[in-house]
Design a protein around this ligand. Structure first.
Ligand code: GAL
Length: 692
């Protein structure tokens, strides 16, 4: 059975790496950097692009903020400057990712058609002079977008100098909700399509609560929390609003993609660069793009990392998470923006740890990324991001610390390419641990509306599970509801609050057929409208987990309640489910204090040929969860490789990559058969080891 699962798994992983016309496998990854010809003296373009190529870059990135230069007046296009810049890039051996410039409408556009602007929660229109301030829903904006996109497509769609396309820039509105008239109208239409009748909407939204009944769709407005001062009557209306906004963003991208594709050579890809931080859009909804990419900034004073210098390196799992999360579309991804050094927009903007930029590059490489692009080549002299590092400093020629690290990485990468052997299979022992995480952003939206404790943070919860798996050197795949789970030996279902009974049935089938499920607290409590089921508490998962959830509790973040497993004690305060195991279910961990001392916190059972483990509590340090995973893997016959804190190991294309994000030197135990290609087994903080 196990070997069959493994063969299926390896086949599925190979399938994900399907052939594509955009990336040559032997290149492994290609490195590029943003350049803004429109912002620099044309007399310097050749010098800058030459320098870029000399440093080892293989592509550059143009145009995402240049609408005003591309169309200086309505219907009057000027691409002469872009033609010249493209020619110089080509001359210097650099491919180009070209962008649709729709994130920054020119001033003539917003003055003539102010209805294209986002209306903010306070009723004010967004102002010209920023970016991402246009409405996804505005018919006028869609029309004007279509025109510029078609112009670009016609002009450069068959231009061999253009490698591929980026739509927009970080589509997200940076978390702002659009209350424009166009968005209000589009929301009503979206609801009408979804529910058909107002009666169905009233039922789904639960409008019998607080006199919320609607008589017609025309009465509905987008819920605006800043005007709902005593809370919201219908949480479902908020979830629908988030679904609607995410659909609008995806539709706006799809519109551009479809228009471009009419003119593009099949060799040019179309993608966009999603932000990992903003969850008001759903990258996974953009299913018609060739792939989705991401942007990553790890050091801006916003997280502590590991150890005293961790704040200069970032969270160890951050890049790996994005690598795994964004390759779910066609098994391809790349990082479109990777932090080059110090940035300007953080709470504080510390210097990254010496060498860590190169370490990020290797970490990105390790995730199978097809390209890695840095933001940006030159440090800006003016504008809203002045203190932001580039590959070169304010003089335009001196390589920054980040620039030097890129140069080093690109030299090392060129050497590594010589060792590439096509079709290297993933080592069986590593593959055997492969664990899928089932994810749907709608659960994040829903739990954020009624979090139940100020400590609830669904994103942090998901990251914690991901990080826990990585510390056990587990390859992780993200999967969605309708994906086939059977290729994966282990599946984690973290805080999956909204389910359908059919979905839970699929989970049960998976376990009965030999899969190992790890389900956590806050799973299966609600239906897809966010209503509780009219049944005993958590009834949908009761027979699956083999236990009853008697109640749950949550404590203040300053309190430390205890839970024990195998004679070890752990502390928790975020959330605790009190479980009563049924027949055949074992209690693995129990609460050690509070009035429910002795009640189970973790349950494990066999089901058919597989197992189900339910984790009912949430520790801040993740240590209990880590020990539960160790128990699950070892009790199901799979070895784990526990890594020191802050160390991340990934495998790709025959290469092992080890990154040390901790503040301490790490001595990594290499297998006897290993050939070291980069670094050594003594890995300094922010250091890298690559071996075969
Ligand atoms: C990104 C954005 C870029 C630039 C960069 C600065 O989020 O897409 O345009 O602003 O941040 O770090």
């Amino acid at each position: 059975m196990r070997s069959l699962v493994l063969i299926g798994l390896i086949a599925a992983l190979v399938g994900l790496q399907a052939e594509n016309p955009f990336f040559a496998p032997e290149k492994l990854t290609e490195t590029g950097v943003y350049y803004y010809p429109e912002a620099w003296d044309p007399a310097q373009w050749d010098r800058d692009l030459k320098k870029m190529a000399d440093m080892g870059f293989e592509f550059t990135h143009f145009g995402e903020f240049a609408w005003a230069q591309m169309e200086p007046a309505e219907g009057r296009y000027d691409f002469g400057w872009l033609d010249k810049a493209l020619e110089l890039a080509h001359k210097n051996g650099l491919k180009v990712i070209l962008c649709t410039p729709v994130a920054t409408p020119p001033v003539w556009l917003v003055r003539k058609y102010p209805e294209v602007l986002v209306k903010m929660a306070d009723g004010q229109l967004a102002q010209h002079g920023t970016r991402a301030h246009y409405s996804w829903s505005s018919p006028k904006y869609r029309e004007l977008t279509s025109r510029i996109v078609e112009e670009l497509g016609k002009r450069y769609g068959n231009d061999p100098r253009v490698w591929g396309w980026q739509l927009d820039n970080e589509p997200s509105h940076y978390g702002t909700i659009d209350y424009s008239d166009a968005a209000q109208e589009a929301f009503r239409q979206w609801l009408q399509k979804k529910y058909g009748t107002i009666g169905a909407l009233n039922k789904a939204w639960g409008t019998a609560f607080w006199s919320g009944l609607y008589a017609s769709f025309s009465e509905i407005e987008l819920p605006n929390p800043t005007r709902l001062y005593s809370g919201i009557a219908s949480p479902t209306s908020m979830v629908d609003m988030k679904r609607f906004h995410a659909d609008e963003a995806a539709a706006f991208l799809s519109l551009q993609n479809q228009l471009l594709k009419k003119h593009l050579s099949p060799k040019q890809f179309v993608t966009t660069n999603f932000m990992h931080e903003y969850t008001n859009v759903d990258p996974w909804r953009s299913t018609d793009l060739d792939f989705i990419s991401y942007t990553a900034y790890l050091v801006a004073g916003h997280n502590k990392g590991v150890g005293p210098q961790g704040f200069r390196m970032g969270d160890p799992w951050r890049i790996s998470f994005a690598n795994d999360f964004f390759n779910t579309l066609n098994g391809i991804t790349g990082v479109m923006e990777l932090q080059p050094g110090q940035v300007n927009w953080g709470r504080i903007n510390p210097q990254p740890y010496p060498g860590v930029v190169r370490s990020w590059l290797w970490n990105a490489f390790a995730g199978g990324l097809k390209f890695i692009c840095s933001y940006r080549f030159r440090q800006p002299l003016y504008g809203g991001e002045q203190f932001h590092y580039g590959m070169v400093g304010t003089d335009g020629i001196t390589e920054s610390t980040g620039g030097k690290q890129y140069r080093q990485f690109m030299t090392e990468l060129r050497e590594l390419r010589k060792h590439y052997k096509p079709g290297s299979p993933m080592p069986a022992e590593y593959a055997a641990r492969t664990t899928a995480i089932l994810y749907n952003v709608e659960n994040l939206w829903e739990t954020s509306i009624q979090p139940q404790t100020y400590q609830w943070d669904q994103k942090a919860f998901t990251f914690k599970y991901y990080g826990t798996l990585k510390t056990l050197s587990v390859p992780v795949k993200f999967v969605r509801e309708n994906d086939d789970l059977s290729p994966y030996p282990y599946v984690v279902i973290p805080a999956y609050q909204m389910v359908s009974p059919e979905l839970v049935h699929e989970w049960e089938k998976y376990a009965r057929n030999g899969g190992h499920l790890i389900i956590t607290l806050r799973t299966g409590l609600k239906d897809k409208n966010g209503h509780f089921f009219e049944a005993p508490w958590a009834n949908t998962i009761r027979s699956l987990i083999g236990a009853t959830i008697k109640m749950n509790d949550m404590l203040d973040g300053t309190m430390q309640a205890r839970v024990s497993m195998d004679n070890k004690t752990y502390t928790w305060n975020n959330w605790g489910d009190m479980l009563e195991p049924g027949q055949g279910a074992e209690s693995w961990a129990t609460y050690a204090d509070q009035f429910y001392a002795g009640r189970s916190a973790v349950i494990h059972r066999k089901l058919g040929k597989g197992t189900v483990t339910y984790i009912g509590t949430d520790t801040d340090d993740g240590l209990l969860e880590k020990d539960v995973f160790k128990k699950v893997y070892t009790s199901t016959g799979v070895t784990v490789k526990e890594l020191p804190e802050g160390v991340i190991v990934n495998w790709r294309d025959g290469f092992w990559v080890v990154n040390n994000y901790s503040s301490e030197m790490v001595n990594y135990t290499l297998p006897l058969s290993a050939t070291v290609l980069v670094g050594s087994s003594a890995i300094a903080p922010a250091g890298v080891l690559v071996y075969r």
